[in-house]
Structures are given as C-alpha cells and as structure tokens.
Design a protein. Structure first.
Length: 260
C-alpha cells in the first residue's frame, strides 16, 4: 500500500513537472554540437553536447547580453569568428538540423551564422543571411539544397533553423516555416573546420557576421516543429529538465529502498 501511494505521488509530481517545464524529445545523443554561449569570458566557446566540439575565439568577438544569459557579439570589420576543428560528429550525411539565435545589426554582406567547408569553398552545410535573405544550404550532394526567405533588420533576437530530412530542405524563422522544397541525396563531408561567424578565414569582410549570436545547436536528424518550439525556450532549460527527470527516477528508487 505504501509503495502504491508513493508511486501515485511521484506520478503526480512527474505530470506537474512535465506540464510546467515541458520535456523535449531531442535526445542528448542526437545533438552533435551545442554552444550555449554562457561562458561570459575567456577565449573558448564550450560545446555542451559531450562531443568536445569546443571553439576558439579569433580576433576578439566580445561577450555580451544574449537571448538566454550571454552571447557573442561579432564585428565584421575585425573579421571576428569562432573556429571549431573538424570532427567526425560534424560530418553528417543523411539528415541535419541547425538551430541558432541571431541579432541582426545590418542588411549588407553575406553574413554566416555557421558554416562547415573546406577553406576557399562552400562545399558543405551552412546557415546564413545573404543578399537580403535568410538562407539554409545543405550543400553539394543534395538536390535543391538551398532554401531562403526575406530577412529583416529590427535589432531584435530571432530564431533561425535549417532542416534537411532526406526528402525536403526547409527554413524556419521564429518557429514558423518560411521556405521548403523537395530535396534528395546525401550531404558531402569535408575535412575542413566549422566556423561560427564566417565561412573560412580567407573570406571577405562581407562574409563575417555583424551582430550577436546565441545558442547554436547541430542535431543529427530533422527535428519536428514541436521540438523546434521547445528548443526555442532555451537548451539549458531543456538540459535541466532532463536532469531533473533523472533525479525523479533516482528519488523513486530511493523511496522504494527506504519504504519496502
């Protein structure tokens, strides 16, 4: 009887927790890179995915207030960027989701959120704004790999997501789909590094981000619109939610052992 009562109590706690906090379906094992930008100081951008895709801050992007906690502010004139060395986890071929928060300071240039490619080329995936458009490109190997929608400059934070699921390539702004087209094929890997804020160190000034960036996630599959909406609430919140769920499971185990 005691165990039944305790079980009922914990189920109630679980339901209340899930209702208030939400539970993301994106598994940690599916996140190949997650930069929360919450260090607030230093020259290293930590990867919270567990894959050690840490980045080196180059030419001094500055820590600033972010959408959640801190962010990095980039000055294109100084060619500021973050470099992440090549890693197998970043070379996805079948599906991909790239999620990022950005604060746009201008409409000029071809500013990169994030791009992975061999130096001097655009031969892998990228999320950017170019020629007055937000754009996602799954890269060579994928037919109709590029989708875009008109961008805006309002000095406000906006969430941009590029998703390729093996059948379609789509772009989402603030959780709403703004572009989609049929696409097929496998993405082509590269040995080049991944950059946040540019496409490669030899790029012209116009290819460097000008403004702030917060919370970038690269996921090894296409996320759903519900998962996207959940992720927009902040990945740190979601990580804590998952951790708390684990604590509930531990608590249940402890209660069972203490009250046989």
């Amino acid at each position: 009887m005691k165990e039944q009562n305790l079980g009922f109590l914990l189920i109630c706690c679980f339901l209340i927790f899930a209702t208030v906090n939400g539970v993301t379906k994106i598994k940690k094992s599916e996140i190949v890179a997650l930069w929360l930008f919450d260090e607030g100081s230093g020259k290293i951008l930590k990867d919270s995915s567990g894959n050690k895709n840490d980045g080196d801050l180059i030419e001094g992007p500055t820590w600033d207030k972010g959408k959640f906690g801190k962010a990095l502010k980039f000055n294109s004139a100084k060619r500021q960027r973050v470099k992440i060395e090549n890693h197998d986890s970043l070379n996805l071929t079948d599906q991909i989701s790239i999620l990022a928060w950005g604060l746009v300071s201008d409409t000029a240039g071809n500013r990169r959120f994030v791009q992975k490619s061999t130096p001097g080329s655009d031969n892998q995936y990228r999320l950017l704004r170019e020629g007055g458009f937000f754009r996602f490109d799954a890269g060579p190997g994928v037919s109709n790999s590029r989708v875009q929608c008109p961008m805006f400059k309002d000095n406000e934070w906006h969430h941009v997501a590029g998703i390729y699921n093996g059948k379609t390539t789509a772009l989402y702004i603030d959780g709403k789909q703004t572009a989609e087209q049929k696409s097929t094929g496998k993405m082509v890997p590269s040995t080049g590094p991944l950059f946040i804020g540019t496409k490669h160190p030899n790029a012209p000034e116009g290819d460097y981000w000008n403004g702030s960036i917060d919370e970038i996630a690269i996921i090894n599959r296409a996320v759903t619109t519900a998962e996207l909406a959940d992720a927009m609430k902040g990945f740190r919140r979601q990580i804590f939610a998952v951790d708390s769920m684990g604590k509930i499971a531990v608590t249940w185990g402890n209660l069972k052992s203490n009250y046989p």
